[in-house]
Design a binder for this molecule. Structure first.
Ligand SMILES: Cc1cc2nc3c(=O)[nH]c(=O)nc-3n(C[C@H](O)[C@H](O)[C@H](O)COP(=O)(O)O)c2cc1C
Length: 200
């Protein structure tokens, strides 16, 4: 039973995480533990009126970002990996310096110290040297920086299919079995598109 912690920070990309959570929740027995930062609430209001309930409906538990006594703040609380999507440059910087100012930063810090997968879907462009140095720093500490870079080779280039494919690649990083993305030289040759919405 995969237990995944998903942190949502205040970068642009609320429709992205909404769709990612829906795809993740389609994995049998998936348990999503969700933390939404205060900054994310602000961005949500700006991005097409994504409402809190659309994100939380896929979670088995939603934690307050200030709740530093919640399960994900402790190494003894077990999970199979953490994804921060979208990951703001502010949250990236806090993880890079180990500040632990909210539950997302703390849970990320704990994931690194416990050598559990930590995936950061960083969202900013262009990147300055501080962003790049922080990405280097967290990568050296064990995180995977994984910006949303849509794959155009998946057959049907709709945004939804690209998000589906990307979600599959994130789950690959977490070692979770799925059939969300098309596999190069596998599905391509058989003419099967793993990103096909009609297969859901
Ligand atoms: C509409 C909107 C869009 C934003 N987009 C980004 C973004 O793409 N990347 C980023 O690093 N910060 C972005 N910000 C700024 C962050 O929200 C801000 O730095 C905030 O303090 C992040 O806090 P958090 O990381 O704790 O959620 C955006 C802010 C707003 C209001």
């Amino acid at each position: 039973m995969p237990n995944i912690v998903v942190g949502v920070s205040g970068a642009s990309g609320m429709p992205l995480v909404r769709d990612m959570l829906a795809f993740m929740a389609s994995i049998p027995r998936m348990r999503i533990h969700l933390i939404i930062s205060r900054g994310a609430h602000c961005v949500m209001r700006q991005e097409g009126g994504i409402i809190f309930d659309e994100l939380t409906s896929h979670a088995v538990h939603v934690y307050e970002p200030e709740d530093m006594a919640a399960g994900p703040s402790s190494g003894s609380w077990r999970h199979d990996g953490m994804v921060i999507c979208p990951c703001s440059m502010s949250t990236l910087a806090s993880i890079a310096c180990g500040a632990g100012m909210n539950l997302i930063h703390r849970a990320a810090d704990v994931s690194l110290k416990e050598r559990r997968p930590l995936i950061l879907v960083a969202r900013e462009t262009p990147l300055n040297l501080i962003h790049l140095k922080n990405m280097q720093f967290v990568t050296e500490a064990g995180a995977v920086v994984m910006p949303f870079c849509p794959a155009y080779y998946t057959g049907r280039a709709s945004l939804r299919n690209m998000v589906r494919h990307f979600t599959g690649r994130v789950l690959d990083q977490l070692g979770i079995c799925h059939s969300l993305c098309c596999r190069w030289q596998e599905d391509q040759q058989s003419g099967k598109a793993g990103g096909d919405e009609k297969k859901q």
